[in-house]
Design a protein around this ligand. Structure first.
Ligand SMILES: [Zn+2]
Length: 312
């Protein structure tokens, strides 16, 4: 072995050692994460609702944390949602869909990416649903669709306002038409909610794309977004390739999408409970729909009818 091969072999050993240390799991379990200033201790972000204190990047959070930040005193109840048949097409790509589901369930402790909860926001009863990015990129299949329908029905039955916290890459290709059918199903469900004169607020978080944007994420009475959230249907590279033009700076980000009218307001994470509470008070004319006094209901229903007409 000459000196050159010795150096190459030593380099290979170092490379292997580095790669061994830097598995995805190790990074996720470490006390460090990366943002604009490079690696920083997670506690800095955790103490600021996982928002970067330097660049205001709103990092992804799981549904339980989301609900804890949104609901009064961090109190809420998780609701059990229906469990449709797994893997209706027995789909296999580079590995079986069943195995992907199994791994996602083990990783997150959830049965699907969508979590439904109920609680109060500024003392107003709300049913909310949010998805976990760690569960196959929050993509929507039958189970997630059923969870949305369950949330809508729960809101209608209990006369709650409905809040959708959206994120995800779109529909699950592994479930084909079964997943695509969740687009019209979720929109029809939201229409039922509106027929019942209950408010529907959508909070768009990073990233909300594909069939999610093309269905329940765009039908809110009020459309809120977190700063700099990617909100899109097709990806920007696909669009640039199709129109053969370079796209403007900030294309498909919340601030850009607001200018085109798909987002009503951009709200920082720490301000969301106050803002959502105020909006619900206005939509319900300070008489939550769950109040059963007929006179009050007449007033609140009237205001909601007007709002729904404006929104539709
Ligand atoms: Zn940052």
């Amino acid at each position: 072995m000459n000196w050159i091969t010795r150096i190459i072999k030593a380099g290979e050993k170092i490379k292997t050692a580095i790669h061994k240390r830097a598995t995805k799991e190790d990074i996720a379990n470490s006390d460090w994460m990366s943002c604009c200033k490079g690696p920083q201790q997670k506690i800095i972000f955790e103490n600021n609702m996982w928002v970067c204190p330097d660049c205001n990047e709103h990092h992804k959070i799981n549904p339980k944390l989301r609900f804890a930040y949104l609901f009064d005193d961090g109190k809420y109840e998780i609701l059990d949602t229906p469990s449709p048949v797994d893997d209706p097409l027995e789909f296999v790509d580079s590995k079986p869909y069943k195995d992907r589901l199994k791994a996602a369930r083990k990783k997150t402790g959830l049965k699907c990416s969508m979590v439904v909860a109920t609680g109060k926001i500024k003392d107003i009863n709300v049913t909310a649903f949010a998805s976990d990015w760690s569960f196959m990129g929050s993509s929507i299949g039958q189970a997630e669709g059923e969870a949305i329908l369950f949330a809508v029905q729960h809101a209608i039955d209990n006369k709650h306002a409905l809040l959708a916290v959206t994120s995800g890459g779109g529909m699950k290709m592994q479930e084909g038409l079964f997943s695509l059918s969740q687009m019209p199903r979720s929109v029809l469900a939201v229409n039922e909610l509106k027929k019942n004169k209950l408010p529907y607020i959508v909070l768009l978080t990073n990233p909300t794309t594909g069939g999610i944007t093309a269905s329940y994420a765009m039908t809110g009475d009020i459309q809120i977004a977190e700063p700099n959230a990617l909100i899109a249907f097709a990806g920007s590279r696909v669009i640039a390739g199709t129109v053969k033009e370079s796209l403007p700076a900030g294309f498909q980000r919340a601030e850009y999408v607001q200018k085109t009218g798909f987002v009503d307001m951009i709200v920082n994470r720490k301000d969301l409970p106050d803002k959502i509470g105020t909006l619900l008070s206005i939509l319900l004319k300070k008489h939550p729909a769950q109040d059963q006094t007929s006179e009050e209901d007449d007033v609140s229903n009237e205001s909601l009818t007007v709002k729904t007409k404006e929104a539709s």
